[in-house]
Design a protein around this ligand. Structure first.
Ligand code: NAD
Ligand code: UDP
Length: 311
């Protein structure tokens, strides 16, 4: 019999790709989303598929799904800085109350649950690249604290359910990921740079652009999630592409790829913006046999096609 998986945040960027992947693998997929930051268009193509069901529901409220559930992927949460700065309370609630509800559901159904944590648990990191053993450098009362601390709480309560209730849990720490279905106006670097370049507007680099990130293409991330879910490892695992780049170089790459005449302008760096970020992926390599396959040039080309169609 087909395995049944519940995916929260199903109408979002990552959630919708996960629905596609698990349907392709022969799973029955139950998608759940309250459309806070997601877009129903990301999953419209799945509505005729009989193995797909959609619940419009806010996971901070009691979550009820009739029937058996074998796996849960908890991906619901605002994820881009402008989203979580606009919705600080919802962000804290979905990381805390939402995670609690889904862990409770996992316990009741005997399901294995994987929760979407983030490189933000490392805050503005004092060690580089970041390994899973690093405890992080987070400002709990800064503007980003609402997201970072929600995710840190998510990890703690997930470990508590593992240790005290023997729930099968998995924790992924996702580093900056990009690809088709990102919202053009979600404020993250890639969609912002690409929409600005395609519209001929100034490309806004914050600070002097010397801060770094390491960008992973969505298909690689989805493969990592798939492998981690099916693994027997319950401690946090970094998944990301270690190819690190400054934000200024990144903006220049996007401009070169689009052939845009836009110029780069510099704007103030947001408070607590991490100065550098790069995953150490030794664990993912050793435990999951995973490493990224799509380089930035190829990933950006595929993403540009999507943005050209949706601008
Ligand atoms: P997204 O905003 O595209 O998707 C999040 C989805 O969750 C949206 O569809 C939104 O409507 C839904 N949602 C939010 N609150 C909800 C609630 N209370 N109940 C039900 N649904 C709710 O963001 P994304 O980039 O796809 O991120 C998905 C997950 O991955 C998030 O948990 C995020 O923290 C995590 N993550 C993403 C990245 C990345 O680079 N994209 C990096 C680290 C972690
Ligand atoms: N950034 C930028 N210009 C923009 C949007 C973002 O220079 O228009 C910078 C931002 O300050 C950060 C980096 O790009 O240093 C990545 O930001 P993003 O919001 O994509 O994700 P973060 O890694 O900060 O969560």
């Amino acid at each position: 019999m087909a395995k049944r998986i519940l995916i929260t945040g199903a109408a979002g960027f990552l959630g919708s790709h996960l629905c596609d992947r698990f349907l392709r693998e022969g799973y029955e997929v139950v998608g759940m989303d309250n459309l806070l930051t997601g877009n129903i268009k990301n999953i419209e193509h799945l509505f005729p598929v009989k193995e797909f069901q959609f619940y419009h529901h806010d996971v901070t409220k009691f979550v009820h799904v009739p029937g058996n559930i074998d796996y849960i992927l908890h991906f619901a949460s605002p994820a881009s800085p402008i989203d979580y700065l606009k919705m600080p309370i919802q962000t804290l609630k979905v990381g805390a109350l939402g995670t609690h509800n889904l862990l409770g559901l996992a316990k009741a159904k005997g399901a294995r649950i994987l929760v979407a944590s983030t490189s933000e648990v490392y805050g503005d990191p004092l060690i580089h690249p970041q390994t899973e053993e690093y405890w992080g450098n987070v400002n709990p009362v800064g503007p980003r604290g609402v997201y970072d601390e929600a995710k840190r709480f998510m990890e703690s309560i997930t470990m508590a359910y593992h240790n005290y209730h023997n729930v099968e849990t998995r924790i992924i720490r996702i580093f900056n990921t990009y690809g088709p279905r990102m919202r053009l106006d979600d404020g993250r670097a890639l969609p912002t740079f690409m929409s600005q370049a395609l519209r001929g507007e100034d490309v806004t680099v914050y600070g002097d652009g010397s801060q770094t990130r390491s960008f992973c293409y969505v298909d690689d991330l989805v493969e990592g999630i798939y492998r981690l879910l099916l693994s027997d490892y319950h401690k946090p695992v970094n998944i990301g592409n270690p190819a690190e780049i400054t934000l200024l170089q990144f903006a220049e790459e996007v401009l070169a790829l689009t052939g845009s005449k836009s110029k780069i302008v510099f704007e103030p760096l947001p408070q607590d913006d991490p100065k550098q970020r790069q995953p150490n992926i030794t664990k993912a390599k050793e435990i999951l046999g995973w490493e990224p396959k799509v380089d930035r040039h190829e990933g950006l080309k595929r993403t540009l096609e999507y943005f050209r169609q949706h601008i």
